[in-house]
Design a protein around this ligand. Structure first.
Ligand code: UGA
Length: 444
């Protein structure tokens, strides 16, 4: 069953990970991208995105002769050994959400225009991007080929652990109205031994949204619960540990934070709301999930204001704040829809002067009105509070005594609950977290 000829169009997060990982499973993979510079870099093993193990895997598989890169989908067609045709074509091109919840399929259209007529009979076209229900059907319409099947095979990998997630998936989902094509795609992953859900295309497409929106709901619930903990004198760490032992709930994805962000959860929650709207279904639970997340950002700003000024409202004019962590989560350099940046924008609106430090964005420099420092201590210089926004491991072991020596007010607001409050406290700082009994200063 192994050693299929696989063409992957698009070498973003999902496309490149898919290409490199499928090659590592023994398939012959040709990846195409329209960016000639990127293709040239990938041929040399240079990967532009920060993703553990990906560059190593690309180099390893390229050297092993199972992975190659070409410019443009057309070039991929003739790039397999002995000029044999591709058996599977993965579409991993951007499908941004357009107005009314309809995906903008221009990138898919242009690939189909370029190679659709050239595909060998029996080729399977696979959609891996997150797309609205009905996209597989629309892709089939665009293809106008009765001898080429379209399959939806959503990807569930996370940024920062893409390779690990791809090669150790919780499940594989393959949806198509053509059972044989679905089984052929599922067989590509057989070596992974993961549970496989074979379904129709619409269910596979919906499943991706259902998963991401459920995760978002879990986080909004935890963030709301953290707020309740503060009000009733409970501890969110203990509460989540306790509920997480219930296997129906699970320990994962229960950390409170500044709100969920990134390139997927915000986009997908809004997209599913639009899908629901267009199906005349008022998805109140999902709307509340999104609203809770929006409110969470303001709640963090209020918490900082109260800690620094002792007031629940009012300006933060001329208040200097050190922001630690700017990416949407640790382990990535991705700033898309980062809660840290959203909170920074609100703090700036309130008048604060912001100095930021992120391991992926070392200063000197400037980002969205935030002055970038080259380390946490430099960021903390003269600050009235140090606000931890991203859960980088190095923030757990900061030298709080050194930080306490340079700040104007000895306050830490930890929006990820990653700093053991005892450590800054020993250095004379007060530590405010989420959903736990706070130090001295004023509480929300
Ligand atoms: C998410 C999903 O987890 C993946 O399964 C999915 O494949 C991907 O979207 C996608 O659709 O492509 P990702 O966007 O990489 O992955 O990020 P997550 O690890 O899910 O984190 C999302 C947000 O939730 C981040 O802002 C993170 O800091 C926050 N988060 C996560 C918490 O606040 N607490 C947690 O316990 C976990």
């Amino acid at each position: 069953m192994f050693g299929r000829r696989v063409m992957v169009v698009g070498t973003g997060y999902v496309g490149l990970t898919t290409g490199a990982c499928l090659a590592s499973l023994g398939h012959e993979v040709v990846c195409a991208d329209i960016d000639a510079g990127k293709v040239e870099r990938l041929r040399r093993g240079v990967v532009d995105i920060v993703e553990p193990d990906l560059a190593e895997l690309v180099s390893e598989q390229t050297s092993a002769g199972r992975l190659s890169f070409v410019v443009g989908a057309g070039a991929a067609l003739g790039a397999f050994e002995d000029s044999r045709p591709a058996e599977v074509l993965f579409l991993c091109v951007p499908t941004p959400m357009g107005a009314g919840g309809v995906a903008d399929l221009r990138a898919v259209e242009s690939v189909i225009e370029e190679v659709g007529a050239e595909l060998a009979a029996g080729t399977v076209v696979v959609n891996k991007s997150t797309v609205p229900v009905g996209t597989a059907a629309r892709t089939a319409e665009l293809l106008e080929r009765t001898d080429v099947a379209v399959v939806s095979n959503p990807e569930f990998l996370r940024e920062g652990s893409a390779v690990k997630d791809f090669l150790g998936p919780d499940r594989i989902v393959v949806g198509s109205d053509n059972q044989d094509a679905a089984e052929r795609v599922a067989a590509l992953y057989a070596r992974l031994g993961a549970p496989t859900v074979l379904t129709d295309a619409a269910s596979a497409e919906l499943m991706k949204y259902a998963a991401n929106c459920f995760l978002a709901m879990k986080l909004s619930y935890v963030n709301a619960m953290a707020e309740l903990c503060e009000r009733v004198g409970a501890d969110i760490g203990d509460v989540t540990e306790g509920i997480g032992y219930d296997r129906r709930i699970g320990q994962a994805f229960l950390s409170p934070g500044p709100g969920w962000g990134g390139s997927c959860l915000p986009k997908d929650t809004h997209a599913l709301l639009q899908v629901a709207d267009s199906a005349d279904f008022e998805f109140r639970l999902l709307r509340a999930t999104i609203d809770t997340n929006t409110r969470q950002r303001q709640r963090i700003v209020d918490k900082v204001r109260l800690a620094v000024t002792g007031k629940r409202t009012g300006s933060l004019s001329r208040v200097r704040l050190a922001l630690l962590g700017l990416t949407f989560k640790a382990g990535t350099d991705d700033l898309r829809d980062s809660p840290a940046l959203a909170i920074a924008a609100l703090l700036r609106q309130a008048g604060a002067d912001l100095v930021g430090f992120d391991p992926m964005l070392r200063g000197p420099g400037e980002l969205d009105g935030i002055t970038l420092a080259s380390d946490a201590v430099e960021a903390a210089q003269g600050a009235e509070a140090v606000v931890v926004l991203t859960e980088w491991a190095e923030f757990r072991t900061l030298d709080w005594a050194e930080i306490a020596g340079v700040t104007k007010q000895p306050i830490v607001v930890d929006t990820r609950n990653i700093v053991d409050p005892a450590t800054p406290r020993r250095a004379g700082l007060t530590a405010v977290g989420l959903g736990r009994q706070q130090d001295t200063v004023h509480q929300t």
